[in-house]
Design a protein around this ligand. Structure first.
Ligand SMILES: Cc1ncc(COP(=O)(O)O)c(C=O)c1O
Length: 503
């Protein structure tokens, strides 16, 4: 099977004709083709105004900047989900604001609306919900929070052009909606962005800011400082040819998502974040949540199947990391930034992979990808043994890759007369005696265990082993991260030290 790329664009038959027209007419600046595309998008989405720009990042920037200028804001904060492409946060900073991150829901990867209100302070100006890969953020609830707190809602629908939440297209619910025309989107011209709004004042401010601050298209009178973030007719022509076939493109993406979901339904290890197809959501990419994500990516790569790991959660990027303070707020919206947990966002960052889809991928290729995923989860894993510690009591070996989800499987030598332990774990762990015999002390109880005996070591109980004969004990069930959080029971630890000193 030839190389399978993650997501590549393909152009419709009319593309060359549309572009040739622009070249023939020599009007390559923003002109009639841009107007035609704007008009087509306006009719399709049912909005009052459409403005094209250079990227979705620029679109978000212009919307946020317009909001700040209209409301006279200088020092302001904007709430964004912690799981998004970094562009969402960058646009806030670019407009002079500070992004405040809120965690996402694990079921859908969109902002957790129940956590927005605690992140609001007296500087909060706006919320930017992201319709991640065509999944709608919980807009009813977000609009309610925004209205009650006088916040502007600017929708990041970069990857959601044509996707719906019931009757409404995503991007048309808040004050302003922003879409991307970048190369792995449903309609593309390489780079480009779309801004939509029904609001006269926001439209006029966005239009001016995008066009050097100019009062109207023909005048050189600048009341405000603006930018040049205009579009061009060559890009418009390319996007136009695809936009004419947007319904066909939407149907293809839905079919591809369904193909993967149905074909992998019996692979328990592969979980699909919810996509509400009945409400008109269009999954622009196929994202799945798996443990061993990076191993799966490497495995597929060895068959020339190229997937992509999801974005890192935004707070993990050095650009937005402030020591241990990662941009959350204390309950009640106090002005103090406090450490905040982003479990949902980090879960996506660590476990989400985007499978190959898009107009360049056919059923045979998707079938091959599924076959290899099935193979990855059904074939026995290669187990590597690594000696991670050694002293006079014996060595500790780690069997890497034996258990899923980073759970460790260790083999501990306990020489005759030596003692190990004194720890208290947060989670239940398991053990079996592989050879020899030990005295097993757990909490207040003590017993002799011999080859083949096994026990569950309960969470919260200090435990220790003392070798009666040279023994090997195997322990498993918790991850190294969980182990790091272990506390030592000082009394049992002192007993272990006394036994070892007396050998
Ligand atoms: C959620 C989100 N926001 C913003 C952007 C930025 O879009 P652009 O590349 O058009 O600037 C992207 C790009 O993929 C995105 O996925």
């Amino acid at each position: 099977m030839a190389r399978i790329n993650w997501n590549e664009p393909r152009f419709d038959s009319g593309a060359l004709e549309e572009i040739s027209e622009v070249i023939r007419d020599s009007y390559v600046n923003e002109g009639p083709k841009t107007c035609e595309l704007e008009e087509m998008i306006r009719n399709y989405l049912g909005v009052k105004y459409v403005v094209l720009t250079t990227s979705a990042t620029a679109a978000l920037f212009l919307a946020l900047k317009a909001d700040a200028v209209i409301r006279g804001l200088e020092d302001f904060e904007v709430i964004v989900p912690d799981m998004t492409m970094i562009a969402t946060a960058n646009a806030v900073s670019w407009a002079g604001g500070t992004p405040i991150f809120v965690d996402v829901e694990i079921a859908r990867g969109t902002i957790d609306a129940s956590k927005i209100e605690v992140a609001i302070s007296n500087k909060t100006a706006a919320i930017v919900p992201v319709h991640t890969l065509g999944r709608s953020a919980e807009m009813e609830r977000i609009m309610d929070v925004a209205i009650r707190n006088n916040l502007t809602v600017i929708e990041d629908a970069a990857g959601a052009l044509g996707s719906k939440n019931g009757e409404k297209f995503l991007g048309t619910i808040g004050k302003v909606g922003c879409f991307s025309l970048q190369s792995n989107k449903i309609v593309t011209c390489g780079q480009g962005g779309i801004i939509v709004t029904d609001d006269d004042k926001y439209y006029e401010m966005i239009r001016r800011l995008r066009d050097f601050g100019r009062l109207s298209n023909k005048e050189f009178l600048h009341e405000i400082e603006g930018y040049n973030l205009k579009f061009n007719d060559l890009s418009a022509a390319l996007a136009l040819s695809q936009f004419k076939g947007i319904e066909r493109r939407k149907a293809m993406l839905v079919e591809q998502w369904k193909f993967y979901a149905e074909r992998l339904v019996n692979v328990d290890e592969v979980k699909f974040p919810v996509v509400d197809l009945n409400k008109g959501e269009v999954p622009i990419w196929v994202d799945v949540l798996v443990e061993d994500r990076d191993e799966l990516i490497d495995y597929l790569k060895s068959f020339d199947v190229h997937c992509r790991a999801c974005w890192p959660s935004v707070h993990r990027n050095p650009a937005y990391r402030q020591d241990s303070v990662v941009g959350g707020r204390g309950v009640g919206g106090s002005d103090e930034l406090v450490e905040f947990r982003f479990e949902g966002a980090d879960y996506f960052a660590d476990n989400c992979v985007w499978l190959p889809n898009g107009p360049a991928i056919d059923v045979e290729q998707m079938s091959f990808v599924c076959e290899k995923i099935e193979e990855f989860y059904s074939s026995p894993k290669e187990v590597k043994f690594e000696k991670i510690h050694e002293d006079s009591r014996g060595a500790i070996h780690l069997a890497e890759g034996l258990l899923k989800g980073g759970k460790e499987f260790t083999f501990l030598e306990v020489k005759k007369g030596a003692a190990r332990g004194g720890c208290v774990h947060d989670k239940d762990e398991y053990m079996v005696i592989v050879s020899g015999a030990i005295r097993y002390i757990c909490g207040d109880s003590e017993e002799v265990l011999r080859v083949g005996d096994s026990r569950m070591i309960p969470a919260g109980k200090a435990h220790a082993f003392i070798g009666i004969e040279d023994a090997i004990v195997s322990e498993w069930g918790i991850t190294s991260g969980e182990k790091k959080m272990d506390v030592k029971d000082s009394e049992m630890r002192a007993m272990v030290d006394r036994v070892n000193e007396g050998r």
